[in-house]
Design a protein around this ligand. Structure first.
Ligand code: CP
Length: 298
């Protein structure tokens, strides 16, 4: 495997191997020299806290040199194309690119511009894919639940514009879970889905759920007015009272950033059964595991 562009590039066995690698890294918390002499460039054309910093930390923990390219100060602002920017950095000796971009499918184009040994990782493209988030989400679920196939998993919020939702649903399907229930304001739901059950109301989605994933409204991707967004917490938000309908051992997840009091109450975000900060911590491990895997294959 040379790149990680789409979660569907991985099969169940490959995902399980990444999870074993992440657990091994977790037990050996000292920094390693596995990527010593290698260089990783993070190019984020959209904002990020978790993905950017965890990729930086992951690569540094493995001994790589890391460049966070400041897009706002780069020559892209003088009209340089993305292709020229990447090939310029590649000529300087960058071994791996981690890219976040607003264009759906951009990584499929980028991979054709790179040398044969240069690694490409998709850190989120438009509303299409966020494969490393899907992996860290499933890894977190498996830290709490035994049999992922049998779990009822509810994903609530702006599903239509969420690369987190699409990648997570794909990843769960690869791992054998066909029991995903999605719900949100009607204009923010897909018209149809072959991989998840579209619910008619909040209760249908969360009743007896083992896992609830709350998503923020992706305002940066919504062009039209969505009246359903008014009084959002009352109609679509999760709080301690609504959670009573889920299973007693249900865990609550959110990829972040959270909007407190909108899709999730502040009290629930900060307390069990929220595992939001566990997801963040696992993000570093999963990204380390991915870097180890991709560098070992070139
Ligand atoms: N979950 C996620 O992608 O967060 P950031 O936008 O902060 O990276």
């Amino acid at each position: 495997m040379k790149h990680l562009i789409n979660i569907n590039d991985l099969d169940k066995g490959e995902i399980q191997k990444l999870f074993i690698q992440a657990s091994t890294l977790n037990e050996n918390t000292h920094t390693s020299e596995l990527l010593k002499g290698k260089s990783v460039a993070n190019l984020f054309f959209e904002n990020s806290t978790r993905t950017l910093i965890s990729f930086e930390l992951a690569a540094k923990k493995l001994g790589a040199d890391v460049i966070n390219v400041n897009i706002a100060k780069s020559s892209t602002q003088k009209g340089e194309t993305l292709r020229d920017t990447l090939q310029t950095l590649q000529a300087m000796g960058i071994d791996a690119f981690v890219i976040r971009h607003s264009d759906n499918g951009i990584c499929e184009k980028i991979k054709n511009w790179l040398n044969k040994d240069t690694i490409l990782i998709n850190a989120g493209d438009g509303n299409n894919q966020h494969p490393t988030q899907a992996l860290l989400d499933c890894y977190t679920i498996l830290q709490h639940k035994q049999n992922i196939i049998a779990l009822k998993i509810a994903i609530i919020g702006d599903i239509k514009h969420s690369r987190v939702a699409s990648s997570l649903i794909d990843c769960l399907n690869i791992l054998g879970n066909k029991n995903v229930f999605i719900y949100g304001p009607k204009p923010l739901l897909p018209n149809s889905s072959s991989k998840a059950n579209i619910c008619n109301d909040f209760d249908e989605a969360i009743t007896d759920a083992d896992v609830i994933v709350m998503l923020r409204i992706q305002k940066e991707r919504i062009e039209q007015d969505v009246p359903e967004i008014d009084n959002y917490h009352e109609n679509f938000g999760l709080n301690r009272d609504a959670l009573k309908k889920a299973k007693k051992e249900c865990i609550v997840m959110h990829p972040g950033p959270i909007n407190r009091g909108v899709e999730i109450s502040s009290e629930l975000a900060d307390n069990l059964p929220s595992v939001i900060l566990e997801q963040v911590a696992n993000g570093v491990l999963i990204r380390q595991a991915i870097l180890v895997r991709l560098f070992s294959d070139i």
